[in-house]
Design a protein. Structure first.
Length: 367
């Protein structure tokens, strides 16, 4: 328990530092004006005009409690796994002009999922988002973040972004600078470079403890991490001396996975983040009418520079190149006055890790 709290506090401290650094970058940009104060005032006013600051709390029921049964001799034992309620506390500021197909909402409650935020370009030259979300989902606590600054011109654009999604288990910085072709038309293309900073994805600390048979001696690892195991009395204690299981089934199926997860997190947190420089090509398409709209974008990174580092992802991919890519699609059609169809989603695959969201449906208005 103590080790878990220490890891959480360390992670929280790093997250706060990251957020402060990004806010400092924004403040430096805003205060870098060397003209008279009136000019600086106009810059600040223009920067925050139409932006929205929001704080929101949400909650609800999580997974139902689950009984885990085991047999101890002729006695039937069981433990109850209790999952506390879900909640989220969200705070952020955003300045992102809505696309024509997006409806307005009276309030920001922190649960909105605007897929268009992931697009390469927006409708306004300068846009930004700073959002933090402290939440508990299915009994696990996360501190998610999404921040970006984006500046778009007809012939080029640049974007700096930080994403941390605990549920998808992904975290990285990304900065890209690209040239644009046909920047003022519906279909535009872009190419340039992208720099990412992330943990050494591909590195698995458990491989170092895997035996030739493919098995892991998890009991030995648990003892190394401070747990005590009394097989004869069916008593399993954490490093603080608290009983965490009274049967081998609960120990192996419930407690051990948590031990392994904490061990992997600890070993990965001991390593420095890795730089990754890549070539990127992409496209953006946007078409809108009141009865039909299509918005799509895509990015492909076909080449990644190998710096020869021990924890470079090349080492976990047999020294070969790989494809990282992302994209999104927003489609809507009002087929008749009554019938409508929509499809929306985004997809990402970085370092062979996938995370995505989508929704689709049919609406029929009866009157």
């Amino acid at each position: 328990m103590v080790n878990g709290v220490k890891l959480w506090l360390t992670s929280l401290k790093q997250d706060v530092i990251i957020m402060i650094r990004l806010l400092v970058i924004l403040l430096v940009i805003l205060t870098s004006c060397v003209a008279p104060k009136d000019c600086c005032s106009q810059v600040l006013k223009k920067t925050f005009k139409f932006s929205t600051f929001y704080i929101a709390a949400n909650g609800g029921t999580s997974l139902s409690d689950k009984d885990v049964y085991s047999v101890n001799g002729s006695m039937l034992d069981y433990d109850t796994l209790i999952t506390p309620y879900d909640y989220s506390l969200t705070m952020g500021i955003r300045k992102i002009q809505r696309f024509q197909y997006e409806g307005s909402t009276p309030f920001k409650d922190g649960t909105e999922t605007s897929f268009s935020d992931a697009a390469n370009v927006g409708r306004s030259p300068f846009e930004y988002l700073f959002e933090v979300d402290y939440k508990r989902q299915e009994g696990v606590e996360y501190f998610d973040q999404h921040h970006f600054l984006r500046y778009v011109k007809p012939k080029w654009f640049t974007k700096v972004e930080y994403i941390k999604d605990g549920f998808a288990d992904i975290e990285y910085y990304e900065a890209t600078q690209r040239f644009r072709l046909n920047g003022k038309k519906k279909l535009s293309f872009n190419f340039g470079g992208v720099t990412r900073l992330a943990e050494p994805y591909g590195y698995n600390p458990l491989e170092e403890r895997t035996m030739a048979t493919g098995d892991i001696h998890y009991t030995q690892l648990a003892i190394q991490e401070g747990y005590s195991v009394d097989v004869y009395n069916n008593e399993y204690k954490d490093p603080n001396g608290n009983v965490v299981a009274t049967s081998s089934d609960v120990w192996s199926q419930v407690v051990v996975p948590t031990i392994l997860e904490n061990y992997v997190d600890k070993k990965r947190n001991e390593l420095n983040n890795q730089w990754q420089n890549s070539i990127v090509i992409g496209f953006d398409f946007y078409h809108y009418t009141k009865s039909f709209w299509l918005h799509s974008w895509g990015n492909l990174m076909p080449y990644h520079y190998n710096d020869g580092g021990r924890f470079s992802y090349h080492n976990f991919n047999d020294g070969e190149q790989w494809y990282d890519y992302s994209g999104g699609l927003i489609f809507g059609s009002k087929i008749t006055k009554h019938l409508g169809l929509f499809i929306e989603g985004k997809y990402n695959k970085y370092w062979n890790r996938e995370w995505y969201d989508f929704k689709c449906g049919i609406n029929y208005v009866i009157f």
